[in-house]
Design a protein around this ligand. Structure first.
Ligand SMILES: C[S@@+](CC[C@H](N)C(=O)[O-])C[C@H]1O[C@@H](n2cnc3c(N)ncnc32)[C@H](O)[C@@H]1O
Length: 207
C-alpha cells in the first residue's frame, strides 16, 4: 500500500483506543519479558510503532528514557497529549522500514509489538533489521511480539507476514542470542483470539 501513514492516521483519527483490534489493557505479557532484563539507569528504549499503547504510559512512569516511534502522527499526537513526562522523551514520526535518522545512535532496548509483521517486502524487512543492527548496543535487547505462524493473516485491513522463532533468529543473525520466547494468545477487544509469538534477544557483547 502506497500511503501507509494515511491509512494508519485514518484509523487513529476515527477510533477510540478501546475500538482498536490491538488495544491491550493488561500489559503483563510484555512486562514478564522486560523483567528478564537488567539495564543501566540511562538506558535508551525505542518503542517502534507505539501507536497509542498504554505501554508507553507505564514505561514513562517507571522512568524509562524513550524514543517513541510511529508512522502515524495522529497516534503520536494522542499519546503525547496523554502521557506524563512527554517532553522528557524523543518523538519520532518515521517509517521504521526506512533508515533511522542519524540522530539516533544507540538503543539499549528495542520493543516491537505488532509492527514488524506489517512489513511485507524483503527490502522493507531487510531495512528494518538493518536499523536494529545499526543502533542496538552490544549487550542491548530486542523484544519482538508478532503474529505467529498460527496467527491471523490480516490486521487493520492489511496483510501481515507471520513469524516463527527460527525466522526471527535468522533475520537477526548470529550477533543476537535468544533469551526467552513464548507463544501467547492475545484476546482482542472483540473477543477474538490472536496468537502472537513473543521473543527476547540480546546482542552478543563479543561480536
Ligand atoms: C497493530 S498497531 C500496534 C500498536 C502498538 N505497538 C500496540 O501494541 O498497541 C501497529 C502500529 O504500528 C504503526 N506502524 C505500522 N507500520 C509502521 C511503520 N512502517 N513504521 C512505524 N510504525 C508503523 C501503526 O501506525 C500502528 O500504530
Amino acid at each position: 500500500m502506497a500511503n501507509l501513514d494515511a491509512h494508519w492516521n485514518a484509523i487513529y483519527r476515527k477510533k477510540n483506543d478501546q475500538q482498536l483490534g490491538w488495544y491491550e489493557e493488561d500489559l503483563s505479557q510484555t512486562f514478564k519479558f522486560l523483567a528478564k532484563i537488567t539495564q543501566k539507569t540511562d538506558a535508551v528504549t525505542l518503542v517502534t510503532g507505539a501507536g497509542t499503547s498504554l505501554l508507553v504510559d507505564q514505561l514513562s512512569a517507571q522512568g524509562y528514557h524513550l524514543i517513541i516511534n510511529d508512522i502515524s502522527d495522529a497516534a503520536l499526537d494522542k499519546l503525547r497529549q496523554r502521557i506524563s513526562y512527554a517532553d522528557k522523551h524523543q518523538w519520532l514520526c518515521h517509517d521504521i522500514a526506512n533508515p533511522l535518522p542519524n540522530t539516533i545512535t544507540t538503543v539499549d532496548l528495542w520493543i516491537d509489538r505488532a509492527v514488524l509483521h506489517f512489513l511485507l517486502s524483503e527490502e522493507a524487512i531487510d531495512r528494518y533489521f538493518a536499523n536494529i543492527q545499526g543502533v542496538v548496543s552490544k549487550g542491548g535487547f530486542v523484544l519482538l511480539a508478532e503474529f505467529s505462524t498460527t496467527g491471523a493473516s490480516q490486521c487493520a485491513g492489511l496483510k501481515v507476514h507471520r513469524y516463527s522463532l527460527a525466522e526471527m533468529q535468522q533475520r537477526l543473525g548470529e550477533s543476537f542470542t535468544l533469551i526467552a520466547a513464548e507463544d501467547y494468545n492475545y484476546i482482542n477487544p472483540f473477543g477474538e483470539v490472536r496468537p502472537y509469538l513473543y521473543a527476547l534477544f540480546q546482542r552478543v557483547i563479543a561480536i
